[in-house]
Design a protein around this ligand. Structure first.
Ligand code: FA5
Length: 338
């Protein structure tokens, strides 16, 4: 066997190895040249019939060629295996529909808060804020709440010491605002309040209220009823049945309790409305003369109405949510529905 044959065989083989596209093709090449009846195997086998000198020379280069080819096949095999793996893992179907990235959204209470703000703004009200940490003067005294009123009881109020407390309602903002701004005025004050309450389906110890206050020369309960009705219609996108009944708050006279016919059960009675068919959503009334006085205004000059509405309750009715505790549960199955 001539030296030149082995050389050209090697070149041809290397080309074939180089061009092989998959493992099967590579195996075929191996068998064709290095298998039992492979070309190179046969050359190696026929060495024994050659004269000694030739046998030594050809044997040397044939063995060398065998090693080189085995190495080339090995390398190619590894290369094919990794590309195969890459193809399998990196492969993607460009015609498949895209995956939606997970994006967050506003909490249902934030959505409601914004809706309430938007509605009142269209009716000429400004949105203002008050502090969540209050003192006894603004939370109670300025609102004409007597020292021995049960609302001051430890069960209702979270006291922070040094006369400070977590506000139990948004009403202190009425006095804070009137101290600094002269009527006529129309404001709403959305914000968090805290009460030391036993929780149930319609009571939480952290709650959202929206305070409303309108003060002018001639403001009546009829104005209030009209604005409230308009607000409900816009908030629920339909006419809802609501009722105004006499109530008592030290800072309003007369005072009202505002309830909506329970949308969750259509007024039949459920855990949300405590089987009564009505859910109380707000307290309200005509601003008490003492509150005007405490804010530095002359009650003879001004009239006003105020309300404090529960944002959770409104949202529960709007979306038929049967337990207030779901709002702050952090349960994504609940939140993702909004
Ligand atoms: C008040 O807080 C008065 N400041 C409201 C007011 C303002 C009256 C201005 C007159 C003039 P009340 O405690 O009823 O009132 O609460 C008002 C509303 O807040 C309730 O109707 C209810 O919707 C909501 N609310 C009160 N406590 C809770 C609670 N624990 N969990 C959820 N919502 C509550």
């Amino acid at each position: 066997m001539e030296e030149i044959d082995i050389k050209s065989l090697k070149i041809q083989l290397q080309k074939e190895i180089e061009n092989s596209g998959d493992l099967k093709e590579l195996n075929d090449i191996f068998n064709r040249y290095l298998g039992k009846k492979g070309e190179l195997t046969l050359i190696l086998r026929s060495l024994k019939d050659l004269p000694e000198k030739e046998r030594r020379e050809t044997g040397k280069s044939a063995n060398q060629a065998k090693q080189e080819i085995e190495k080339a096949i090995d390398e190619k095999r590894q290369q094919l295996q990794t590309t195969n793996h890459k193809l399998q893992t990196d492969w993607f179907d460009i015609t498949a529909p895209g995956e939606k990235p997970v994006v967050g959204h506003l909490h249902p209470l934030t959505q409601s808060k914004r809706k309430v703000e938007e509605i009142f703004q269209t009716m000429g009200f400004s949105v203002v804020e008050g502090p969540e940490m209050e003192n006894e003067w603004y939370n109670f005294d300025a609102l004409n709440i007597p020292k021995d009123h049960p609302a001051r009881d430890l069960w209702d109020t979270f006291y922070l010491g040094n006369g400070l407390l977590l506000r139990t309602h948004t009403s202190p903002s009425q006095v804070r605002f009137m101290e600094k701004n002269n009527p006529p005025l129309r404001i709403i004050v959305p914000g968090t309040c805290y009460r030391h309450e036993a929780t149930d389906a319609s009571h939480e110890s952290q709650l959202y209220q929206v305070e409303g206050l309108m003060v002018d020369k001639e403001v009546s309960a009829a104005n209030f009823k009209a604005i409230l009705g308009e607000f409900f219609r816009k908030f629920f996108n339909k006419n809802v049945k609501f009722r105004i009944r006499p109530d008592f708050f030290p800072f309003t006279e007369p005072s009202f309790d505002i309830s909506i016919s329970c949308i969750v059960c259509n007024g039949k009675g459920c855990s949300v409305c405590k089987e009564g068919g009505w859910l109380e959503v707000a307290g309200a009334g005509m601003v008490h003369p003492n509150v005007f006085k405490n804010a530095g205004l002359n009650p003879k000059d001004w009239q006003g109405w105020a309300f404090g509405i529960g944002l959770e309750r409104l949202t529960m009715l709007k979306y038929k949510i049967n337990d207030i505790r779901l709002f702050r549960s952090g349960d994504l199955r609940f939140l993702q529905q909004f």
